[in-house]
Design a binder for this molecule. Structure first.
Ligand code: ZN
Ligand code: ZN
Length: 116
């Protein structure tokens, strides 16, 4: 006599989900004051479309781009475009447009700078 029933207590399965809860110990966070130096928001800069603010660690790539930039001789450099006001440090291409790393919309580079 073969019984095909498998032992699968639903109570145990439900209990498993508890192990997937995020358990982030608040006490052992890395020193934020030190991190802040490298990963701070860049003051006065935000996406004109979605208001996303780039971090100092944010990176753009000098990559072939269609509209609106129309640049097809890109060098592949990754850098923070707001540290050079849109100038690629390798091939010296002056990017007139900057894409948002959050909404991927293109805006004129100068439009990213907030008016005082
Ligand atoms: Zn955006
Ligand atoms: Zn370049």
């Amino acid at each position: 006599m073969v019984s095909a029933s498998t032992i699968c207590p639903e109570g145990l399965l439900a209990g498993l989900h508890l192990y997937f809860r995020r358990s982030v110990p608040d006490e052992s966070e890395p020193d934020i004051s030190e991190l802040g130096l490298n990963d701070a928001e860049m003051p006065g800069i935000r996406c004109p479309i979605c208001k996303w603010r780039p971090l100092r660690s944010s990176k753009w790539m000098c990559a072939d781009s269609g509209p609106p930039e129309f640049f097809y001789d890109a060098c592949g450099t990754e850098w923070n475009t707001f540290e050079t006001r849109g100038l690629c440090p390798t091939c010296m291409h002056q990017w007139a447009w900057t894409s948002c790393l959050s909404c991927w919309g293109w805006s004129r580079h100068e439009d990213w700078y907030e008016d005082e």
